[in-house]
Design a binder for this molecule. Structure first.
Ligand SMILES: C[S@@+](CC[C@H](N)C(=O)[O-])C[C@H]1O[C@@H](n2cnc3c(N)ncnc32)[C@H](O)[C@@H]1O
Length: 206
C-alpha cells in the first residue's frame, strides 16, 4: 500500500529535530542508561507509539526510509507528547552501519516488505547479511522479534535465513494469537487480522 507524497510530512522532518534524527548517536544523554528498542521499517508508527506509551523508561527508535511515512509518524508521536521516541527517516543499512557492536536491546521487524521474487532475495529484511548486522548491534541476550502474515517470507525466514544465522531461535509460531498484555499491533497487523490472515511470529536471541 503506497502512501501518496505529502510535502507537509517531508517538511515536518526538517522542522522537528527534537524528534527526528539523522543518525543514532548513543553518546547523547538521551540514550544514557536506557534500554534501546528499534523497529526497522516502522511505517506510520502505530506499533512504536503504543509501546512507547506503555514503557516510558525505554527509548524507542523507528527507522523508516519513506520520508512522507516517517513525517506522518513523527507528527503523531510529537502531538502525543512522547518524549522517549525518535524517528529516523533513513534506510536501515545506513543507520545501522554507524552503530556500535553490542549496543541495542531489542529489534522489531513488523510486516516487512516480502520481496517474493528470488532475484530480490537480498532486499528482504531477513536476508542473511542483514541478520548478521542485527546480530552485531544487539547486546548479548538481545532479541529480534519478527511478525508477518506473508507465508513465503515466513517460510524463507524460518526455514532458510534464520536457522543459518548466528541467532538462537527462541520461538516460532505459525499462528500467533495476539498477546495484548505484552505486545502492540502495528497498522499492518490490525489490517491483516481484520482480514482474517494468520500472523506468524518468530523470536530470535543473540
Ligand atoms: C509493509 S510496511 C510495514 C510498516 C509497519 N511496520 C507495520 O507493521 O504497520 C514496511 C515498511 O518498511 C519500510 N522499509 C522497507 N525497507 C526498509 C529499509 N531498508 N529501511 C527503512 N525502512 C524500510 C517501508 O518503507 C515500509 O514503510
Amino acid at each position: 500500500m503506497r502512501t501518496k507524497y505529502k510535502q507537509w510530512a517531508v517538511d515536518y522532518l526538517t522542522e522537528h529535530p527534537e524528534i527526528v534524527i539523522q543518525k543514532i548517536n548513543l553518546d547523547e544523554d538521551f540514550y544514557k542508561g536506557k534500554k534501546i528498542y528499534i523497529e526497522i521499517g516502522s511505517g506510520k508508527g502505530g506499533f512504536l507509539i503504543s509501546e512507547a506509551s506503555k514503557h516510558p523508561d525505554i527509548v524507542y527508535i523507528g527507522i523508516e526510509r519513506v520520508k512522507t511515512v516517517a513525517g506522518i509518524f513523527a507528527k503523531k508521536a510529537q502531538e502525543l507528547g512522547l518524549i522517549n521516541l525518535k524517528v529516523a527517516p533513513l534506510d536501515v543499512e545506513v543507520t545501522f552501519s554507524s552503530l556500535p557492536t553490542n549496543s541495542i536491546d531489542e529489534l522489531y521487524l513488523n510486516f516487512s516488505d516480502p520481496w517474493p521474487k528470488a532475484r530480490h532475495e537480498k532486499r528482504r529484511l531477513t536476508y542473511k547479511s542483514k541478520l548478521d548486522e542485527y546480530y552485531r548491534i544487539l547486546k548479548k541476550g538481545g532479541l529480534l522479534k519478527f511478525k508477518t502474515d506473508n507465508d513465503s517470507l515466513y517460510e524463507y525466514s524460518s526455514k532458510e535465513s534464520m536457522p543459518n544465522s548466528k541467532f538462537k531461535i527462541l520461538l516460532d509460531e505459525e499462528n500467533y494469537i495476539f498477546d495484548a498484555a505484552n505486545d502492540s499491533m502495528s497498522e499492518y497487523e490490525k489490517k491483516f487480522r481484520e482480514l482474517g490472515h494468520h500472523i506468524h511470529r518468530i523470536i530470535l536471541e543473540k
